[in-house]
Design a protein around this ligand. Structure first.
Ligand code: DDH
Length: 284
């Protein structure tokens, strides 16, 4: 009846730990996907949810989880991310009080930590928006482009050169799929472990154009690994290259900077009430 107060469920840190642990468990349970893990595609979901942010209009970002809706779900850059959203749907059903936008970013944090990455402090506070908050197409990077495009796309999110290079180290993980982006193959030999191998390979391998009918990409001499034109831009541009060299030599420096910049990425445009960030424990 009207006027009867409904007791609202207020989740605590313990409740979010339950979500982290459930995602970690499902990463182990469903190990037949791709290279043996949904981890990389979960990271990509969190990144594409967040990377739509525009500092000037303060639109986009992980708040809202508007990739649930067309047209954003059908933007070319988001091809294949339904696999990640479907993977998380049963978790949303188990914890219906969590917003999709908090769930997607927390799952990204969980995937990165469970794949050997650094601790990535996280806090809740994202609310789901409706279809009217969908961002326009073209806010995420186009892999066929070069340094100018990288600076303009990531500058729009509020990132500098060092941050662009640190973020790009996520390509130690996962692979390209011909039926998604059109590109083909992984960047490293350990696509389910976060390492600084992406930078090491960029500086130490010889990269040649792959001869094929697909989109222009590079391959190493084993032909097992790949680089996108935007990956190669990081060693062709002198300012970017400084940071690639640093991270290739020093995995600890990469992990420290990567954690900081991922926290920033996942929080772009979110109106948090909570100041404190939580460090989640890796599930062994
Ligand atoms: Fe990426 N990325 N990414 N990427 N990305 C692809 C896959 C993955 C670009 C293009 C592609 C970041 C930056 C860039 C991950 C994380 C991150 C694919 C292949 C393309 C293409 C998709 C497919 O076919 O399935 C471009 C261009 C850029 C850029 O210009 C810098 C960043 C910043 C991140 C991040 O997480 C911080 C991950 C993980 C994958 C592997 C996904 C998978 O399914 O495996």
């Amino acid at each position: 009846a009207a006027g009867v107060p409904v007791k609202e469920f207020v989740p605590t840190q313990e409740d979010y730990i339950k979500i982290y642990n459930e995602v970690a468990k499902r990463l182990v349970d469903f190990d037949e996907y791709d290279d043996g893990s949904y981890g990389p595609v979960l990271v990509r979901l969190a990144w594409h949810a967040s990377g739509t942010y525009d500092v000037e209009t303060k639109t986009g970002g992980s708040n809202g989880a508007t990739m649930r809706f067309k047209p954003e779900s059908e933007h070319g850059a988001n091809a294949g991310l339904l696999a990640a959203r479907d993977f998380l749907e049963p978790v949303k059903q188990m914890f219906p009080w969590v917003s999709y936008s908090d769930l997607w970013t927390l799952a990204g944090v969980c995937a990165l930590q469970q794949m050997g990455g650094p601790v990535i402090p996280w806090r809740p506070g994202r609310a789901d928006a409706d279809i009217s908050a969908c961002t326009p197409d073209g806010r995420l990077p186009d892999a066929s482009k070069e340094h100018k495009h990288l600076r303009s796309i990531f500058g729009r999110m509020g990132f500098n050169d060092q941050e662009i290079v640190a973020l790009s180290g996520a390509h130690a993980l996962g692979r390209c799929h011909t039926d998604r982006s059109g590109f083909d193959g992984p960047w490293t030999f350990s696509p389910t472990m976060l390492t600084n191998d992406y930078y090491k390979l960029l500086v130490n391998e010889k990269w040649n154009w792959k001869k094929w009918s697909g989109p222009a990409q590079y391959e190493d001499k084993t032909k097992a690994l790949m680089m996108l034109p935007t990956d190669m831009a990081l060693i062709k541009d002198r300012e970017f290259k400084k940071w690639v060299d640093k991270y290739a030599k020093d995995q600890d420096a990469f992990f420290k900077d990567f954690s900081e910049v991922i926290v920033k990425l996942f929080e772009l445009g979110v109106p948090f009430k909570q100041e404190e960030r939580w460090a989640f424990k890796v599930v062994e």
